[in-house]
Each structure stands twice: as C-alpha cells, then as structure tokens.
Design a protein around this ligand. Structure first.
Ligand SMILES: C[S@@+](CC[C@H](N)C(=O)[O-])C[C@H]1O[C@@H](n2cnc3c(N)ncnc32)[C@H](O)[C@@H]1O
Length: 197
C-alpha cells in the first residue's frame, strides 16, 4: 500500500493508511469517486484497498481537470511541469491496479453529473479538490446524492484548528456535519459515514 507514498502528493502516511481502511471498509455496493487526483497518490491507495478487500466489482472514478487549484503551491508546479495528467497516467499504469481506475478529466461538478448520467452510485466519495469554502461546498453538494446511505464521505485537509485550508472545515460544518457520523479523523483526513435521511 505504501508504494503510493513514492508518488508526489501531500497526504501523510497515517492519512493514506486511514484512506485505505476507509475504502476497504466502505459499505457497498457501488463505486468510489475521487475529486482531485493530482499525480495519483491517493487514487492508487483507493484502488489497492478495493483490490485487497476482494471487492471485485467496484471501480475508482478519478475526477480531476488536471490544471491544479488556485493555490500557490500548485501554480508553481504547473508553471514548471504543465498538466498533471501524464504523470497521473504513468503512476497509475505502474501501480498494478490501473484496471480498476477510470479517469474523468473534468471539473468536479461536471464529473458528478457524468456519474449521474451513467447511473453510477457510490460506496464512497473522497473529496480533495480545490480547498476554498465555495468549491468544497459545491463538491459535497454534487457528490452527496450519489453516495448510498451508510456509504462513506472522506474529506482531506479538514481541520478545525490551525487549518491550512479553513474553508474545508467550514464547508464540512455547513453542509455535511449534521448528515454523517464521524468514523475517524487522522491528521487532516476526516472519514464519515452517511446517515439515513
Ligand atoms: C491537493 S490535489 C489532490 C491530491 C491527491 N488527492 C493526492 O493525494 O495526491 C488537488 C487536485 O484537485 C484538482 N482540482 C482542483 N479543483 C478542481 C475542480 N474544480 N475540478 C476538478 N479537479 C480540481 C487539482 O487539479 C489537483 O490535482
């Protein structure tokens, strides 16, 4: 699983382990959607967890427009390297679980519409796209209807105190917190389960 650690990204090892646990334990049926794949670090963890848990019929929809977020760190890297899609594809190919990963090079909200159009339902949505409050609100609102009751919603960069991205916590409190039970919160990765209703 920690092979994914060699792919550039921001999640800590403990967050990747929690993401792996969340995916392997997400109540099915249904697929997994990821908003924000960058170069594939988390995508590979999601697909490995499905494979290792013997969940044969689920795939990972990796949704990213691959042009970064409006954050300084991304701007610098993208100015140097251009789109992240080629690196994403190469890492996924090398991971051994590429057959379970379906990239959608779209904006997050367009990605949710595309999944709906295809009749996809989700056992889990992992949201790690843009981190400003409006974008996170929009991402939660777009993907929540696709997640089955009892399924999982996982947010990265979701911290109440000393947050690098306070908008993620704000959006979580505003549009998600009263609809879920928190399963675990490891570093800045919040794993929650969707309640009925
Ligand atoms: C923090 S990175 C994701 C990191 C990745 N989950 C990992 O673990 O390596 C955020 C990603 O979200 C993507 N992104 C930002 N806003 C987006 C949007 N509105 N639609 C689609 N992708 C978006 C960016 O292109 C970037 O690749």
């Amino acid at each position: 699983m920690l092979w994914a650690w060699t792919v550039p990204g921001w999640s800590t090892k403990d967050e990747l382990r929690a993401l792996y646990r969340a995916t392997a334990g997400a109540a099915g049926p249904g697929d997994v959607a990821e908003v924000g794949s960058w170069k594939g670090r988390s995508t590979i963890v999601l697909a490995r967890a499905l494979r290792d848990a013997g969940i044969a019929d689920a795939r990972v929809w990796a949704i990213d427009h691959h042009v970064g977020s409006d954050e300084d760190e991304h701007r610098e890297i993208l100015a140097r390297e251009g789109s992240t899609f080629d690196a994403f594809r190469a890492n996924v190919r090398a991971s051994g679980v590429g057959d379970r990963i379906e990239p959608l090079v779209l904006s997050s909200v367009e990605g949710a519409r595309e999944l709906e159009r295809r009749g996809v339902t989700l056992r889990m949505a992992f949201i790690d796209g843009a981190h400003d409050v409006d974008s996170v609100r929009a991402d939660i609102r777009a993907f929540l209807p696709l997640v089955r009751t009892g399924g999982s919603i996982v947010l990265h960069d979701c911290e109440e105190r000393d947050a690098t991205f306070p908008g993620v916590w704000q959006a979580y409190r505003e549009v998600l917190a009263d609809r879920v039970d928190v399963v675990e919160h490891v570093d800045a990765l919040l794993v929650a389960r969707l309640r009925e209703g």
